[in-house]
Design a protein around this ligand. Structure first.
Ligand code: GLN
Length: 484
């Protein structure tokens, strides 16, 4: 059952080939059997999952329910889940049981989906390799000596290994597209504001956006449809109608103008990966797309800009973890100052502390103009580059990463080389644009992804272009040998 798409599983449920309870049991058993080699799950909700599956079966028996009713899913452990531990990869929240559901969780549960558990992630979503988690690294199902990418590495690895057919993620600078690329699954980050951030633990609020990992664009369309939409509890969520993504998948690529940013094809890109992207471009041309070169002249400034803006927002968001209200509290503090210092010093890991220090520095009175304000101006230039590009093209195509997955430990002591991992994904976050990574081939036996970026609110165009590509290629159907 784990080799089927969501659409096929939904049909199987309706045709009584299997029940939601059987399906749920099957995936829970696979997690039990395989996750010790991956560490992709941090919490399993076995009893609750079986209960929701039974409820879904009753609905289905009456001929009711949503297309997603009875289908299993996992949530990145950044989404609050009522009554269930929500630790965000951190010792700071290791004792935190969320008192409410995030909007994303609420919506997918309301559609009848069955939550199997919570997936491992980089601490507070800071990382590109899933090695900063308090719960240990996640391993890549294609080669367990390699990283799965981060920060939503648990979700990407779980979907790639067939431990769950769909998992949620968040993308602040690439945390859906980068691990999707390195694990060989489909990942979409919608337009900023398309999906509610309510109940999603905040990292950098002007960049964070929820999305999903699935095997195919068609599956992503079904789930995104149920996740997206206005939420009055999130003041940045956008009050715009959500189109019927699944119904629009058949839109042809014929005549679609695709831009290739010259800056994304320059030095630093692995040669074999470049060949993979070239093959994908040819596929789109065969499908009738018109491909042309474009320029995003300020994209070279994106990583530096991001590493001012994101830590600044993180330092502010993470100030709430003070050892007083909830989360980790140091033992036997001598006074309030000691309580703050030791709770934060012991509760946060190294990378999170580094971000808090960078953020506090760039926001300090003496450096605010030189760093933070400057970064906001460059952010606008990056956004303007895209606005201009989209005057002449409908979609932008490029690599999602510079190369395939790297070895665990390789970049852990070199933060700058780790930060450079997201060189192709960060620009879309700074501009708030929707982006997607689609499996496009292999480099040294490891999956790599093709990145598609669309104008604001054009997730539908992204999904249909990816779907058309997946009709003529089978990269998204490849599964890692040990998990077939
Ligand atoms: N790797 C980037 C970072 O560490 C992006 C993470 C993310 O998108 N959450 O900040």
């Amino acid at each position: 059952m784990h080799d089927k798409s969501l659409r096929e599983l939904a049909t199987g449920l309706r045709n009584r080939e299997f029940s939601s309870s059987e399906l749920t049991r099957h995936f829970l058993d696979r997690i039990g059997q395989h996750d010790s080699s991956l560490n992709s799950f941090v919490t399993l909700c076995e009893a609750e999952a079986m209960k929701s599956a039974e409820a879904a079966d009753r609905l289905l028996a009456e001929g009711d329910g949503h297309v997603l009713t009875g289908l299993p899913l996992a949530h990145k452990d950044i989404f609050c889940t009522r009554g269930v531990k929500t630790a965000c990869g951190s010792k700071m929240l290791d004792n935190f049981i969320a008192p409410y559901d995030a909007t994303v969780v609420e919506k997918l549960s309301a559609a009848g989906m069955v939550t199997l558990g919570k997936t491992n992630m980089d601490e507070f979503a800071m990382g590109s390799s899933n090695e900063t988690s308090f719960y240990g690294p996640v391993r890549n199902p294609w080669d367990t000596d390699l990283v799965p990418g981060g920060s939503s590495g648990g979700s990407a690895a779980a979907v790639a290994a067939g431990l769950v057919p769909v998992a949620t993620g968040t993308d602040t600078g690439g945390s859906i597209r980068q691990p999707a690329a390195l694990c060989g699954v489909t990942g979409i980050k919608p337009t900023y504001g398309r999906v509610s951030r309510w109940g999603m633990i905040a990292f950098a609020s002007s960049l964070d956006q929820a999305g999903v990992f699935t095997r195919s664009a068609e599956d992503a369309a079904l789930v995104l449809q149920a996740m997206a939409g206005f939420d009055e509890r999130d003041s940045t969520s956008l009050d715009r109608e959500v189109p019927d993504y699944a119904a629009d998948l058949s839109a042809s690529v014929e005549g679609l103008k695709i831009g290739l940013p010259s800056e994304y094809f320059s030095a630093g890109l692995d040669d074999t990966l470049r060949d993979v992207v070239d093959q994908a471009i040819k596929e789109f041309e065969r499908l009738g797309a018109e491909v042309r070169e474009i320029s995003l002249p300020n994209s070279g400034l994106a990583v530096a800009t991001y590493y001012v803006v994101a830590p600044a927002e993180a330092s502010s968001n993470l100030s709430r973890f003070d050892g007083v209200r909830y989360g980790y509290r140091a033992d036997n503090p001598v006074d309030l100052e000691d309580l703050y210092k030791r709770s934060r010093g012991e509760g946060f890991g190294r990378e999170v502390q580094r971000r808090i220090m960078i953020g506090t520095y760039v926001l300090s009175a003496g450096y605010f103009d030189a760093y933070y304000l400057k970064a906001q101006k460059v952010r606008q230039l990056i956004s303007d580059d895209f606005r201009k590009a989209f005057e002449s093209v409908d979609l932008i195509l490029g690599p999602a990463t510079q190369g395939p997955a790297f070895r665990l430990g390789d970049k852990l002591d070199d933060p700058v080389s780790m930060y450079l991992n997201d060189i192709y994904t960060i620009p879309a976050n700074l501009a708030g644009l929707p982006g997607m990574s689609v499996p496009a081939g292999f480099v040294n036996g490891l999956p790599v992804g093709l990145q598609l970026i669309a104008p604001w609110f054009a997730e539908g165009r992204l999904l249909s272009a990816a779907h058309q590509y997946q009709q003529v290629t089978d990269w998204h159907r490849r599964v890692p040998g040990d998990f077939s």
